[in-house]
Design a protein around this ligand. Structure first.
Ligand SMILES: [Zn+2]
Length: 369
């Protein structure tokens, strides 16, 4: 179920406004907006999809979390599923962080990672998402005395239970912990790369922890054969994106929303076809942009950047990949063909071998993308 009352809060604010505004004078207008969005969601749910910017810990289906809560004695303030849903309804970024940490307290033992990884993979497969490069942040769980290696193996066991979706892993070194920690974490990750860890990234507070100090970590990661991405241009401006591409030499940029603050940067990204992992509804939620209508995703795609579209933390923001695409079409006015190209960009910007990219593009086209 991708569209229902529970998900109502996940509708792009522009569509909510359109509905609310339509209640008075123009009821037919409301019907048009709503049905076009619904129709578009149904279209994109039916198509095969790829996702390149998804945090495993932000994608845990609530049923799986509920199971873990029961295992650890629950929370007296959250006595049933509907209260859990209320807890996850997005309010603001401070509440987001509080809920993020609150849920992580129920991920304590290594088997819990197998449970959540399997649940996330099943949820992705149900949405017709065929291939994912997913972030996970093992160092966030060090307080439970869980090692990066055992967490990684446990995640892989869960993912392998779901053959309908292939999930490669990107280890988030968590910039807030600093570059020295990142270097140590990288060494741990290298020990378990056979569990399908193909890349590294840095998430966290961009403004407080700029990319440049991580240059040596990225150099080492590259030397070890890892692919690289870095969150930039979300919490901080264009300078952070320059740091990610010039100092870190990151192959991809996570978000990149604010790259447009510098026209030279947009030209640089377009010339080099640096894939940008854009997450429009996440950006609306966290107020990086005021509304979906004002999001630069369409502008960047039309400026020739290699734009991909992703959900970031779908169970925290209440969005789905199909809704992201539907928003591009019905709110930003992109043609269906243009949105399909962005879907294929997900394959082009992935770290699959070239031959597999070609095969997957052909298979997606065959299925109507
Ligand atoms: Zn992210």
């Amino acid at each position: 179920m991708f569209w229902g009352s529970r998900l109502w809060s996940s509708v792009p604010s522009d569509i909510v406004e359109a509905r609310a505004g339509a209640k008075g004078a123009d009821r037919s207008g409301e019907g048009v907006v709503r049905s076009r969005f619904d129709e578009a969601v149904a279209h994109y749910v039916g198509l095969p999809k790829v996702e390149l910017h998804l945090h495993l810990e932000g994608a845990i289906p609530l049923d799986a979390l509920w199971t873990l809560m029961a295992k650890y004695g629950g929370d007296p303030d959250v006595v049933d599923r509907s209260q859990l849903e209320d807890r996850f309804a997005y309010r603001d970024f401070a509440h987001f962080l509080e809920v993020w940490n609150w849920k992580n307290q129920y991920i304590c033992e290594v088997e819990d990672f197998t449970l959540i990884a399997e649940a996330v993979a099943r949820d992705l497969a149900r949405q017709n998402i065929r291939y994912v490069e997913a972030f996970y942040s093992p160092s966030d769980f060090a307080r439970h005395a869980l090692g990066t290696q055992e967490i990684t193996m446990a995640v892989r066991r869960g993912l392998d239970r779901v053959p309908d979706v292939e999930v490669a892993l990107i280890a988030d070194l968590v910039r807030n912990r600093g570059a020295e920690h990142g270097m140590r974490n990288l060494a741990e990750i290298a020990e378990v790369r056979d569990a399908g860890v193909i890349g590294i990234g840095i998430g966290g507070s961009e403004a407080e922890f700029p990319p440049e100090p991580f240059a040596r970590v990225y150099e080492r990661a590259r030397a070890q054969g890892f692919h690289t991405t870095a969150h930039a241009g979300e919490g901080a401006g264009a300078t952070s994106v320059w740091g990610a591409v010039r100092d870190l030499r990151a192959e991809r940029i996570g978000h990149g929303t604010r790259a447009g603050e510098d026209a030279d940067l947009l030209e640089y990204l377009a010339d080099r076809q640096v894939p940008i992992e854009m997450c429009p509804l996440s950006n609306v939620r966290t107020a990086v942009v005021p509304s979906l209508r004002e999001h630069p995703v369409r502008r960047y795609a039309e400026a020739g950047l290699l734009v991909t579209v992703n959900t970031d933390d779908p169970k925290m923001f209440g969005n789905t990949l199909a809704e992201e695409y539907a928003g591009l079409e019905t709110v930003l006015g992109m043609s269906r063909d243009a949105v399909h190209e962005l879907m294929l960009n997900g394959i082009r910007g992935s770290w699959l071998p070239a031959s597999r990219k070609d095969d997957m593009v052909a298979a997606f086209r065959h299925d109507g993308v």
